[in-house]
Design a protein around this ligand. Structure first.
Ligand code: FES
Ligand SMILES: [Fe+2]
Length: 338
């Protein structure tokens, strides 16, 4: 994921380092979003310092123009474009409120692999797009964090922390291209967030399911329903329950920094503007608690990367997700070597 849709609303150009590569994003005159290398082929000025002219991006130094394929199509003051003049272009598509980029072999780009986060467009769900967050940590630390909800009782004591959850075991499953962590918490008091959505303060059954797929697209699905009213994951899912999903896509800026893109969808109080604002603020405040931990953890790991980590039961989902990513990288390297 390269950006939120809203960041390109003004048409760009928007420059950003992704996977250590300079990328510039903009929209052509029809509104189609385009991503190119953010480095002019002439004297390497970032093209994001230039401007969009019609369907092209014009360099801000000597006016070279590049079309959506990255080909240089105009050089001021000379009729001939030097052969081979151009910059890299990346497969790029807007979907579910985000801009998705493919920076690998263009022949392998497959839009069908973009996660199906349909709730964003479904009127039965309310939707909040996230804040712009740049974190000084490796992106896999964020996936670890999302897959490990045992930290709630320590990091989030001021917000969503609730000690009830650690009494219930976590189940880890490796699906084909995903890792799923799930926990079903039965007959416990609802935490404040759920209290706001349920009709009374009775005990509830709660669930947490976190599914992650490479490179780091993670859906946290949580909710609650009346005690005993459903068999979570079975045919009688809680019809009376309330649900929310956090859609997460940490994207590496470098190996030491990450853009954390996210949004939330929920299916209760969907027309309540105050609630929408509260959801935005509460989740941001909660994540800021993680933010501090993740940056400190990354710095500490970097101090001596040869030091071993020890693993606990709660690390199983994070380890499975890392293994899945490692397998993908190994496969990609085999293809590259052929
Ligand atoms: S550096 Fe871009 S036109 Fe010269
Ligand atoms: Fe957290």
């Amino acid at each position: 994921m390269a950006a939120y849709d809203r960041e390109l609303e003004d048409g760009g150009p928007l420059g950003r380092t992704l996977l250590n590569e300079p990328v510039v994003m903009f929209k052509d005159s029809s509104g189609k979003a385009i991503a190119l290398e953010d480095r002019c082929c002439h004297r390497h000025l970032p093209l994001s310092l230039g401007q969009v002219v019609g369907d092209n991006l014009q360099c801000g130094y000597h006016g070279l123009e590049f079309d959506s394929s990255g080909t240089c199509v105009g050089v001021p003051g000379q009729s001939m474009v030097p052969p081979g003049a151009g910059v890299v272009s990346y497969p790029f598509v807007q979907r579910h409120g985000f801009c998705w980029i493919w920076m690998g072999d263009p022949a392998q780009a497959d839009h069908s692999l973009i996660p199906d986060w349909w709730w964003v467009e479904d009127p039965r769900w309310a939707y909040n797009t996230g804040a712009f967050l740049q974190i000084k940590c490796h992106y896999e630390l964020i996936t670890d964090n999302l897959l490990d909800l045992s930290h709630l009782g320590y990091v989030h004591t001021k917000t969503i922390g609730n000690s009830a959850i650690v009494d219930f075991p976590v189940r880890t499953e490796r699906l084909n291209e995903k890792v799923r962590m799930s926990r079903w918490i039965q007959d416990r008091p609802p935490p404040p967030l759920y209290r706001a959505g349920m009709k009374n303060e009775d005990n509830v059954d709660r669930w947490q399911i976190v599914e992650t797929e490479p490179p780091g697209h993670t859906v946290v699905y949580a909710g609650c329903g009346p005690v005993g009213a459903g068999d979570f994951g079975g045919p009688n899912e809680y019809a009376e329950g309330i649900r929310l999903r956090a859609l997460n896509a940490p994207t590496p800026e470098t190996e030491n920094s990450t853009f954390y893109f996210y949004s939330h969808v929920w299916d209760f109080r969907i027309d309540d503007a105050d609630w929408k604002k509260q959801m935005y603020d509460d989740f941001l405040m909660t994540f800021m608690e993680d933010f501090e931990i993740l940056e400190a953890q990354h710095a500490s790991i970097q101090r001596d990367v040869t030091r071993e980590l020890i693993d606990l039961n709660v690390d199983a989902p994070g380890i499975a997700a890392r293994n899945l990513v490692s397998e993908k990288i190994a496969t990609e390297n085999t293809i590259d070597a052929q």
